[in-house]
Ligand binder design. Sequence first.
Ligand code: ADP
Length: 574
Amino acid sequence: MINILKKSLTAVAAAVLIGSAYFIIGILLFSNTLYNDLNTQNLEKAVKVYGSFTPSLVFNDRNVLTAWASGIEEDLYRVTLINRRGEVIFDTVADSLTMENHLDRPEFQAAISGGIATARRESATLGQDFIYAAMAIYDSDHRFAGVVRLSILVPGFHSRLLNSALPFLLGGFVIVLLICVGLYGFSRRLSYSAEKKLGAELKKKTNELKTKTEQAEIEDRRREVILNSMFDGVIATDSDLKIILANPRLCSLFNVKNEEEVLGRHLLLFSRSTELEETAQKVLSTGLPAELILKRYLPGAAGDRFPQHYQVYAAPLKGGSDSPVPIQGVVIVMNDISRLVKLEQVRKDFAANVSHELRTPIQVIKGFAENILLSSLDDKDEIRHFAGFITKNTETMENLTTDLMTLVSLEDESKPRPPMEEYQLLPLIAEAVSIVEVAAQKKNISIETSCPSEISAKLYGSLIVQAMVNLLDNSIKYSKHNSKIRISVFSENEKLIIGVKDKGIGIPAEHLERLFERFYRVDRSRQKTDGSRDIGGTGLGLSIVRHIALLHKGNAEVESHAGEGSVFRLILPI
Ligand code: ADP
């Protein structure tokens, strides 16, 4: 901007100066030409007059010349007579005798050709600028006799002007040039100081801007790092509840790929939760924070059964003190508490189950004890009968507490455990079989074992025995008399697989998924194969099996068909 101003100012100044100089010079030259033309015309007229009264004899006869010359009273023009040989015979200004031959003078040469000739040149005699007009004189025989010449000095001013026109022009140029250079320098200095000031200010402002931008970038990065590394999902909306920010955790909670899929969407359409939308509206209208526990049912069977739970904090997104809109949106922080809620639920279920499982035998024991108290005490058989029930239910309670203690000990991750040891599988299986042998014999159930003797693995030996006992115990309980149970042990793909297969009552498909849960039983009213009710079990046996498998970083599986039998497998990494 400054540069353009500076250049245009200089150009205008130069143009004005050059223009003025040319104009003045032009006027002077014009006036000079005009003056000369006028003089020439007058001279031509005057020479004509002189010519008319100059006789040709004047060039040949001395007396005639003297008479002619005495009649000349000329103070305006210089009068010269030149004979046909070019010799000056008379001159009003210079001594004719000393003057050189004028044969070569242009006006003389021109006059010979006839008419009046004019010329403007420097006089060789006087060394000054003259305008000449010459007229040829002829004798009575029309022979050329000589020339009358009038001349006038180009006045001093005009002459000087003419002579100095070029230097003047050059001088003018130099002056204009100097003025231009001066003006340019001046404007440059002016603009330089302005530029310098402006430059310093610009630099300061640029630095300030740079610092602010850098700070904003650092702030942005810091915010991004915090948001990205947060375990909570964060979502921010504008005052129309359109989403303007979402962190990666939130995207993963809502199963979306990235922020772009969320931005610009309405909170209700995105979350599909009227509860969340109403809470956000409340925050917008009151300007106060609000909380809620949000339940979401994720697609899929597991999700349908147990919803996801989020602890939601919603707070107003306040504008700055100078902002015209005090609340610009809502910030929502979502903490996934599904695991906590689930654990809490498990804890509650566990307490309810334990008390329920204990209540039944306790009530039975209480009832039979009361019967004994009310009886006559004479009937020993009756008392023995009552005592038998009491003993059986005490055993149930004992089993339950034993299983519970086993489970608690298996679940306790803080408990120090000795390292696993290398065991041959065959002796471990044999030990488990020997423990359930009596029960099997009672139902005439044979147990077959297929286990290569060389198979060994690093294990918690006693726990594997316990898991096998639980599985065999169930198979015996839920198999008919005279049936077979088959144990097979083999290794496959770096895994040790221990299977227990029976041809018992089997398990309906809908129960299989939850079978390994604590206290889960297929059907409490279901009769065992010996006709007794399924009250002796604790519902913890398979849960213990699964925990033992997990402790070995393996798993437990079941395959079963109602009425056909079941296969339970322990799959352990080798
Ligand atoms: P319980 O102590 O009641 O046997 P478990 O956890 O060992 O508890 O078993 C859970 C349920 O799974 C049992 O109540 C039973 O109905 C069923 N079940 C376990 N093993 C078998 C099997 N081999 N055949 C049929 N049903 C079985």
